[in-house]
Design a protein around this ligand. Structure first.
Ligand code: S3P
Length: 428
């Protein structure tokens, strides 16, 4: 298979969510350019509209206008349904912390099973009342109000937890400090700094002082870079191809998020970065990727927060690398949109790869045998895209249980994969 041409991946999911939240809390009028328009992002727009924020339609990557200010939010008429989106649910919990009304948050079957106490524990410490309907998950009823500041040591490195606390501090006008075991992606901090808020960082600690007020910011424009987590699948297809050269334009390469690029380089993958620049506080580059001979590596536990969403595609690359690749301490993958850890291993085995989970570690042994068989994606967008990449390799015959879940983060994925040359997979 030859993979070639030029692609622009869709806008970054994490940055689009944050743009909507900060604009909804702070702004007279904000224009979000190149937003992602996927199911997850639409969930955030929908729940923000329910509390009174004006957001123009989120469609086809067109700019979105947001008019909002925390002091004008109102009680929603029904439950806030976050669909499949953990970021929508967890950031909304934080954004609601300073509001005096009650709101009920829920989501689809996958999201309802995901842990929420990691966010509600610190929010309760700040003074938010939380009623659980079904233990550590959704639905939840929250009622915020007058908050006190917090210094919270999070047991998990999670940008959603950190961002929820930062938004709570912002909405409640109280100082917050979050200390993580390892630094998670810092898009919220960068966006706040870009908008002129004083955010202090020291190692894995982040503080926001409570003196700033929401609703005082003038109009602003935010340009969202392309999503490295989406681009990673295209990178994977190009690395595994038999020839060609793929250019992927306008990709966010934030160092707290770009562990994928470091690991691929260590495996022998050829990815060049061109025209490195900074756009609205976020580093961006164009990537040029060529077919590469890969070798196995050990992905250390301290690297995991910087590539957590790229483990599925890295595991797929590991199947074509010589030797055994080990991912250390990836237990967090059990509580993503699916049990990604178990499903990566079981699906790799069902297409003929030796893959094991030992405690919190995942190991994948590379092979040059053709990979054939069926894959159960559990409607997890990153699993479907990762296995589609493997299926588009010459000689592979992979049957995916569905393809629709790609719409959660990358609606044009199958079109783009087809356009660059990787077009052979089947759907059950
Ligand atoms: C995200 C943070 C990560 C990531 C998710 C998006 C974010 O989750 O897996 O896809 O936008 O903050 P955690 O915060 O749970 O690690």
């Amino acid at each position: 298979m030859i993979v070639e041409g030029s692609v622009r991946p869709p806008g970054d999911k994490s940055i689009t969510h944050r743009g909507f939240f900060l604009a909804a809390m702070l702004s007279s009028r904000a224009e979000i350019r190149n937003p992602l328009s996927s199911l997850d992002v639409r969930a955030t727009a929908r729940i923000l509209r329910q509390v009174g924020v004006e957001i123009s339609p989120v469609r086809g990557g067109r700019s979105v206008t947001v008019r909002g200010s925390s002091d004008r939010w109102r009680a929603p008429a029904g439950s806030l349904h976050c669909g499949n989106s953990g970021t929508a649910a967890r950031l909304m919990l934080g954004a609601l912390a300073g509001q005096r009304f009650e709101a009920r948050i829920t989501g689809d079957g996958s999201l309802r099973r995901r842990p929420m106490r990691r966010v509600t524990i610190p929010l309760r410490e700040m003074g938010v009342r939380v009623a659980e309907e079904r233990g550590d998950g959704l639905p939840l009823r929250v009622r915020g109000g007058v908050l006190h500041g917090v210094t919270y040591r999070s047991p998990v490195a999670s940008a959603q937890v950190k961002s929820a606390i930062l938004l709570a501090g912002l909405g409640g006008g109280v100082p917050v400090t979050v200390v993580e075991p390892a630094r998670s992606r810092d898009h919220t901090e960068r966006m706040l700094q870009f908008l002129g808020f004083p955010v202090a960082t020291a190692g894995a600690a982040v503080s926001l002082d409570g003196s700033m007020r929401t609703g005082r910011l003038g109009p602003f424009t935010l340009e969202v870079p392309g999503d490295l987590s989406s681009a990673a699948f295209l990178v994977g297809a190009a690395l595994l191809s038999d020839g060609g050269e793929l250019r992927i334009e306008n990709v966010g390469i934030n160092p707290t998020r770009a562990g994928f690029l470091d690991v691929v380089a260590r495996m022998g993958g050829t990815i060049e970065q061109h025209d490195r620049r900074v756009v609205c506080g976020e580093p961006v580059a164009d990537l040029v990727v060529r077919p590469s001979t890969l070798s196995a590596t050990e992905v250390r536990s301290d690297e995991i927060p910087g590539l957590i969403d790229e483990v599925p595609v890295l595991a797929v690359l590991a199947t074509r690398a010589s030797g055994e690749t080990v991912f250390r301490s990836v237990g967090e993958l059990r509580v993503k949109e699916s049990d990604r850890l178990g499903l990566i291993a079981s699906n790799l085995r069902s297409i003929g790869v030796v893959a094991e989970v030992h405690g919190e570690d995942l190991s994948v042994v590379g092979t040059d045998q053709p990979l054939r068989g069926s894959v159960e994606t559990a409607r997890d967008h990153r699993l479907v895209m990762a296995f589609a990449v493997l299926g588009s390799q010459s000689g592979a015959a992979i049957e995916l249980s569905e393809t629709a879940s790609a719409d959660v983060s990358y609606p044009g994925f199958f079109r783009d994969l087809h356009q660059i040359g990787g077009g052979s997979w089947t759907v059950k």
